[in-house]
Design a protein around this ligand. Structure first.
Ligand code: 13P
Ligand code: SF4
Length: 350
């Protein structure tokens, strides 16, 4: 690198140990552009008594250099319930910041970019949930966390991709409305059917038990709906021996063609436990970079599907959030109380 301005050189020196951690996925030249923001964010976190919650889809310079809590939606919600800090910055999308606020009504929760949305959250409104309830009286509503607080407020309980089957089963009823991700619901329905098939052997006089029936909505994740079984076949052909892991927001035929399906944390744990020589993560781009830092023995095949919403979060806007205390998440009390109940009921299911 040529001559650097003195403040950049000083920041590079102070963040050298952090760079060491991510150097396999971030070129040195690029890190030179990040070091001052990383350095400032670390200082501001201490000054503000702030913590940063980062979803697994954050870029590696956020995920590995400035985040305090990292994980999938379930882990972020669980950890948010335990936080002891004055300020929480959510490096993720808006529904994640709302969940953190629901669980921390007395703390300041900031989202670095208010436009960081989610195609699933945008697919359904509170009025839609009320209409569904009217059409299916008495059927409980399980809502994916990828929804607005107003939609959560109309629900009985929330779920994430990491606990959806368990949450549905915890209700102990024959029929459940599961919103808004059609593919997640279809993938959970397949698991419920399979569990009943195993529990009820074909022979014998016992009446076969019926699987729980899920009533679904037409929401889709704009990132995961892009994958297809044909992609998987091509990747397998081009990368012999590759292990394919899919997120359950992918269409059911994609999940059926994969070797494993699970939440983002589920995929990370699977790679850590099985240490495959080659893996393909059918999910958002940054996951492979983030996992590669911790699993250097696995070669990641990287089909890049970016989530434009997650990618709105950057070191620069995290720094601005902490400098200017922007943008505070506010949820009206009449929405917050029932929405909090739905999230807390989910967290209580073990
Ligand atoms: P996870 O809960 O698996 O991290 O998924 C959240 C998400 O937005 C996936 O697209
Ligand atoms: Fe929403 Fe899909 Fe982006 Fe996750 S990856 S935040 S589900 S649009």
């Amino acid at each position: 690198m040529g001559i650097l301005p003195p403040q950049t050189a000083a920041a590079l020196q102070r963040t050298a140990a952090l760079y060491d951690r991510v150097k396999s996925v971030i070129p040195e030249m690029e890190w030179a552009g990040f070091a001052e923001d990383v350095d400032a964010i670390l200082r501001l976190k201490a000054e503000r008594n702030a913590v940063i919650l980062a979803h697994n889809y954050m870029r590696p310079e956020i995920f590995h250099a400035v985040a305090d809590v990292r994980g999938d939606s379930l882990a972020l919600a669980r950890e948010a319930a335990k936080i002891d800090a004055d300020v929480i910055v959510v490096a993720g999308v808006h529904f994640m910041a709302e969940t953190a606020k629901l669980l921390n009504p007395g703390r300041t929760v900031l989202i670095p970019d208010t436009e960081a949305g989610c195609s699933l959250a945008e697919s359904i409104t509170a009025a839609d949930v009320r209409a569904l309830r009217a059409r299916h009286p008495g059927v409980p509503v399980v809502t994916y966390v990828n929804t607005s607080a107003a939609v959560k407020a109309e629900s009985d309980i929330c779920c994430t991709s990491g606990n959806a089957k368990k949450i549905v089963e915890s209700l102990g009823v024959p029929e459940v409305i599961m919103l808004p991700d059609e593919y997640l619901a279809q993938n959970v329905q397949r698991e419920l059917n399979a569990a009943v098939a195993v529990a009820t052997p074909p022979k014998g006089g016992a009446e076969p038990s019926r699987p729980i029936k899920l009533i679904t909505w037409q929401g889709h994740c704009e990132v995961h709906e892009r994958f297809s079984p044909a992609d998987i076949a091509l990747f397998r052909e081009q990368n012999p021996g590759v292990i394919v892991l899919a997120h359950p927001e992918c269409p059911p035929d994609v999940v059926a063609s994969a070797d494993y399906a699970g939440s983002t944390a589920g995929m990370i744990d699977w790679v850590g436990a099985h240490k495959p020589a080659r893996a393909l993560l059918l999910t958002e781009c940054s996951m492979s970079d983030n996992v590669a830092v911790e699993q250097p023995e696995t070669e990641f095949v990287r089909p890049c599907q970016l989530c434009p919403h997650m990618k709105r979060i950057s070191l620069a806007n995290i720094r601005a959030a902490l400098e200017n205390m922007e943008h505070e998440v506010v949820i009206p009390a009449d929405v917050a109380a029932p929405a909090r109940r739905a999230v807390e009921r989910m967290i209580a299911v073990r």
